[in-house]
Design a protein around this ligand. Structure first.
Ligand SMILES: *Cc1c(COP(=O)(O)O)cnc(C)c1O
Length: 416
């Protein structure tokens, strides 16, 4: 009880001192009594109030008012425009290298196919390196590509409460490596990979790297250009608050755009789409990543979040994120560890992203009960509870409320 009071007070102090605290008011539902703790913003970010207006206005004046003229008046350019904004404020990428399209799954396929085609070196580079702990879609897509293209998968192991380390990658790459596919922040443990070092290790072996930033974009700063990343992709409905099913983004470094041949050739990735020509001639630059008609409605919301991140600055966002995860680890030690929960995320803040995972045998049962009461963490098979701390929409008090409720739930299952 004493611990709980002290933690509650700490949460209040941290909220009071938080320079970004006021931004939470700009999200819808933050004061909703029905959801006392939303700790799953890393799976689906909350909407911004500005988004409600933007959607309303778009349907009324843009779609309703401009009709088909809208395509020429800006919609066709939107995927690249938002890509550039993401590059500037979130990803550390100069203009012309990012585009919004498809889903992460589809973009991973397109990027990886293009990458292995570009580096296969007459068939001698025939391996894709990936890790067992990566998100299922990443593994499934690479398994499919390996089958389709006659490549071999080389698996690296990741530490359970950590992730893939540079030494593990160094031991796996060589003259046979075409591509390495890894996550910047591991979806389960939250481990933050050393992107610049691993990228360098792969380049020294003559391969290329495709980084998945689904769990970092918008919460952990990225410097794709400075880190010499080859290809990257990520979704926009997690820390970029683009809404359910919002299209993903892809990055192709300028130096790789000329030999970039993605497998889903479509008319809007062609150089002269309205020429309705006979042959596919790819567009110059990042536009060739596009296949078909861009999902404009789906890319409206993320613009509000990118604007908010630009206003806050990624460094400040990261600082808040580190404070939130540190407070969560502190609360974990005080309230959850005594109940038998085991931390499955790094303790070193510099090596973790914006979520904390722990294991407890009653995770599934307890999470189901909490969801009904509006305390929303994420259950991860088989025993994990993941606490996603979206820096701009999550308060310390809310985090404390959630962890206290989880502790009460776990405590109740322990009683005979
Ligand atoms: C969320 C997530 C995805 C999701 O892919 P979709 O195509 O958007 O369903 C892929 N990879 C990682 C690492 C993720 O965290």
């Amino acid at each position: 009880m004493k611990t709980t009071l002290r933690l509650a007070e700490r949460a209040r102090e941290l909220d009071a001192a938080d320079p970004l605290g006021g931004m939470r008011q700009r999200f819808l539902g933050h004061d909703d009594a029905e959801v006392p703790a939303y700790l799953d913003g890393n799976s689906l970010g909350r909407p911004l109030a500005a988004t409600l207006e933007r959607l309303n206005d778009f349907v009324r004046s843009q779609w309703g008012g401009r009709l088909i003229r809208g395509w020429d008046e800006g919609w066709l350019a939107l995927p690249r425009q938002i890509g550039d904004q993401l590059g500037e404020h979130v990803l550390g990428a100069a203009p012309g290298q990012c585009v919004v399209a498809d889903s992460t799954t589809v973009l991973l396929y397109k990027l990886a196919r293009a990458a292995v085609a570009a580096v296969s070196g007459g068939g001698t580079r025939n391996e894709i390196v990936l890790d067992r702990d990566n998100f299922p879609t990443d593994r499934f897509v690479m398994e499919g590509i390996a089958e389709e293209c006659g490549l071999t998968l080389r698996w690296v192991e990741a530490d359970y409460d950590g992730g893939v380390r540079p030494e593990a990658v160094a031991a796996a790459v060589g003259p046979q490596t075409a591509l390495v596919v890894l996550s910047h922040v591991a979806y389960r443990s939250g481990y933050t990979a050393d992107v610049p070092l691993i990228t360098e290790v792969v380049h020294r072996a003559g391969g290329r790297v495709l980084w998945d930033l689904c769990h970092s974009a918008g919460s952990v700063p990225a410097e794709l250009d400075a880190w010499q990343v080859d290809y990257a992709a990520g979704c926009s409905y997690k820390y970029l608050n683009g809404g359910p099913g919002a299209p993903a983004w892809a990055y192709v470094a300028s130096r790789h755009q000329e030999d970039f041949e993605q497998p889903i050739r479509g008319w809007l990735g062609a150089g002269d789409p309205f020429g309705m020509g006979r042959d596919y001639v790819p567009a110059a630059g990042i536009q060739r990543m596009v296949s078909g008609t861009p999902p404009i409605l789906g890319m409206l919301a993320m613009q509000d979040m990118v604007a908010l991140i630009a206003e806050a600055g990624m460094d400040a966002v990261r600082q808040k994120s580190v404070q939130l995860t540190s407070f969560t680890v502190e609360a974990f030690d005080d309230l959850l560890a005594p109940l038998g929960a085991v931390l499955a995320s790094p303790r070193d803040p510099s090596r973790r992203g914006s979520h904390i995972t722990f294991d407890h045998p009653a995770s599934r049962e307890v999470t189901a009960g909490l969801w009904e009461r509006g305390v929303i963490p994420d259950y991860r098979n088989p025993d994990g509870i993941r606490l996603g701390l979206s820096p701009l929409s999550t308060s310390f008090a809310e985090t404390h409320t959630g962890i206290e409720a989880i502790a009460a739930g776990l405590g109740a299952t322990a009683r005979p």
